[in-house]
Design a protein around this ligand. Structure first.
Ligand code: AHR
Length: 311
């Protein structure tokens, strides 16, 4: 699915507008919708011509969108890669045509670091560490003593946030809780509500005594809540829940007592991205990784924070 927004000359001076080709992952979560809106609004605000396509979580769709942007000769290509590997060939084609590539939200693994200019996005490994640290507080608050059986709902297999959140979480677990915490089940829910619900239902069948759910995003957590309730258990009490993102629906579930803590991952990357895109177009040097600032929230902060949430 591809759409173009705005015309090719600016209203004021008639000078040529910057043309940005953007390939989005899909529309799998509340986070993604907020990210898409932010990118579209910021491009409009900056006065760019935005060529936008939604890859519906398929790498082949992203590759053909990027190829089409290369053929069209856009000024800059930006994309949020669905998975980390398999990009070198298409990125080399962009480089050969001297079209700079900016990564946003997610990173890639590449043999040639010159194939992209910068990444504008979060530190997912740190989000995983923060999830483990906030779980310590959640367990303490709940008065949980003894071993902790953890279920993990992973994001899309092979995607940077899934790999890195799992890694950061495990790092803290291995360092500080090798004796008492254990991940007893871990499977992908593809970052969707339906995936979270279906996989959690299966987890509860195989491991009815789970103490904690760590879900790599709010949407999977919300789907899991439905499965937990359907199994006759109380989310947030019988099973303590930590998620990542901080979308409105996540905060609503947290203010209802069903999620215990949320590690924020900010999707409002549009304005920063547009700034970087202009600099890259102008040949300015930019930082290799432009990180996003984020916070963590416990359940008792949810009601007060809810009205201030922007996505
Ligand atoms: O890449 C960011 C992740 O992708 C978000 O945490 C998740 O909700 C989204 O689908």
């Amino acid at each position: 699915k591809e759409d173009d927004s705005s015309s090719s000359t600016s209203g004021s001076g008639g000078s040529k507008k910057l043309v940005l080709g953007f390939s989005q992952v899909g529309s799998e979560s509340g986070w993604r919708s907020a990210n898409t809106d932010s990118v579209k609004e910021a491009a409009k605000e900056a006065g760019y011509t935005l060529k936008f396509s939604d890859a519906q979580q398929k790498q082949e769709n992203q590759i053909s969108a990027i190829r089409s942007y290369i053929t069209q000769g856009v000024d800059v290509i930006a994309f949020s890669p669905v998975v980390v590997t398999g990009w070198d060939a298409v990125l080399k084609e962009a480089k050969a045509k001297k079209i700079p590539v900016v990564l946003t939200d997610r990173s890639v693994e590449t043999s040639d670091e010159s194939l992209f200019v910068t990444l504008v996005g979060s530190d997912f490994t740190d989000e995983g560490r923060r999830a483990a640290k906030i779980l310590e507080k959640v367990l303490e608050k709940a008065g949980h003593k003894g071993p902790v059986k953890i279920a993990q709902l992973e994001g899309t297999t092979g995607a940077a946030p899934a790999i890195e959140r799992a890694k950061g979480f495990k790092e803290v677990m291995d360092a500080d809780h090798a004796d008492d915490w254990k991940i007893v089940v871990s499977q992908t829910g593809d970052f969707t509500r339906a995936g979270g619900k279906q996989v959690m239902a299966a987890f509860l069948q195989s491991n009815p005594d789970i103490d904690v759910l760590f879900a790599h995003n709010d949407d999977m957590g919300i789907g899991a809540i439905q499965a937990i309730e359907a199994a006759g258990k109380k989310p947030g009490k019988d099973i303590l829940i930590v998620t990542v993102d901080g979308v409105k629906d996540g905060f609503i579930a947290m203010s209802e007592g069903k999620i215990n803590a949320i590690v924020e991952c900010n999707p409002l990357l549009g304005p920063q991205l547009m700034e970087v895109v202009q600099k890259v177009k102008d040949g300015e040097t930019v930082e290799r990784w432009i990180k996003t600032k984020e916070s963590d929230f416990m359940q008792d902060q949810a009601k007060a924070a809810l009205p201030t949430r922007k996505y």
